[in-house]
Design a protein around this ligand. Structure first.
Ligand SMILES: Nc1ncnc2c1ncn2[C@@H]1O[C@H](COP(=O)(O)OP(=O)(O)O)[C@@H](O)[C@H]1O
Ligand SMILES: [Mg+2]
Length: 327
């Protein structure tokens, strides 16, 4: 069974004061996340990531479309008990201690009193806050608050965890801790859907990523595929102040920088290229496969869409929406 099935969810907001118009925050989104998957929802600010998460959490209502979580409709009360959520900027009542706050959330989510405090202590230990559990939250750093938020999200042992920008605003140490926690959730077989604009975090953690920009899903792919040698080329770096003619005739793209040459050749020409270097007695520095990185994919997906493709079709619909709103 799919963990999350998003069926053409769409959200527009009414914006403006005097002349209200509709702003399409999320164009019809269709996406399926399998159980046990760690999925990264990537996109720049304003892309529609938080809107998507809020729709899935039932915090805002869609303009159109539906979604199913663990096979159930969003308004099914059972969904709540199987889902954990860390909002983008969690706000907690800061006169409570971490322990008090988690106990309170435990009560809210209907955890039976028996075993609740033990579970709270367990979660505090898991996010590394046992020693500060009695301290008021206003004395906590941003990183510590984020960990309280994570403990809150997994307190009731949900099957599916939604995290909105869990690493943003954290120092490298804090980011590492949050990464490790997500890794543990994956090892436990949980499904994790998190949004981020930090590519390296997505690359380190995710099975698949989706790229969203201007409310539109621009691409979905397995990280392993996106970062593997998809291009079939190798980069050869060696000492020389000129590009040997032999290399150029192999179809190498080469440039000289100082006393080094950087040449990219098709994989099947690798041996021939090395033979050229040997013949010319040039010293090899390195030979590495050219990888198509997640970053490259991301940048490519953020480019404006070509004329005539789907995105344009959506643009015209956006105009119609505005017309419909009386603009
Ligand atoms: N409550 C709202 N009212 C009007 N516009 C909104 C509201 N919430 C979000 N938006 C707009 O929807 C778009 C997507 O926002 P959001 O989902 O928060 O993006 P992200 O989380 O990717 O940064 C933005 O242009 C934002 O201004
Ligand atoms: Mg956001």
């Amino acid at each position: 069974m799919a963990a999350i099935e998003i069926l053409d969810l769409e959200k527009s907001y009414l914006v403006g004061f005097w002349r209200k118009r509709q702003k399409l925050a999320l164009r019809p989104l269709r996406l399926t996340i399998e159980e046990g998957e760690v999925f990264g929802f990537l996109g720049p600010n304003g892309a529609g990531k938080t809107t998507t998460l809020k729709l899935l959490m039932g915090l805002v209502f869609p303009t159109a479309g539906t979604a199913r979580i663990l096979g159930k409709n969003l308004d099914d009360p059972e969904v709540k008990s199987q889902v954990g959520f860390l909002p983008e900027q969690p706000y907690f009542y800061d006169h409570l201690s971490a322990r008090e706050l988690l106990n309170y959330y435990g009560q809210l989510s209907g955890m039976p009193a028996k075993g609740r405090s033990a579970r709270v202590e367990q979660m505090l230990a898991r996010v590394g806050l046992s020693d500060s559990a009695g301290l008021q939250l206003r004395k906590f750093s941003k990183g510590m608050l984020q960990r309280v938020g994570l403990a809150q999200a997994i307190l009731h042992d949900p099957k599916l965890v939604f995290l909105d920008e869990p690493m943003s605003g954290l120092d490298p140490m804090g980011r590492r801790e949050v990464r490790d926690l997500i890794q543990q959730l994956r090892n436990e077989g949980k499904t994790v859907f998190f949004s981020t604009h930090i590519l390296s975090d997505a690359e380190a953690l995710c099975d698949r990523v989706g790229i969203i920009h201007q409310g539109e899903l621009r691409g979905v792919g397995a990280v392993a595929d996106l970062t593997s040698e998809t291009r079939g080329k190798v980069e050869i770096i060696f000492y020389s102040q000129t590009v040997p003619v032999g290399l150029t005739s192999l179809g190498a793209e080469a440039r000289v920088s100082g006393d080094m040459v950087n040449a990219v050749v098709p994989e099947e020409q690798q041996d021939a290229a090395l033979e050229v270097l040997r013949r010319e007695r040039l010293r090899l520095i390195s030979l590495t496969p050219v990888r198509s990185s997640l970053e490259e994919y991301y940048i490519q997906k953020l480019q404006p869409a070509e004329a005539g493709d789907d995105a344009r079709a959506d643009d015209s619909r956006d105009k119609e929406n505005r017309k419909g709103a009386g603009v």
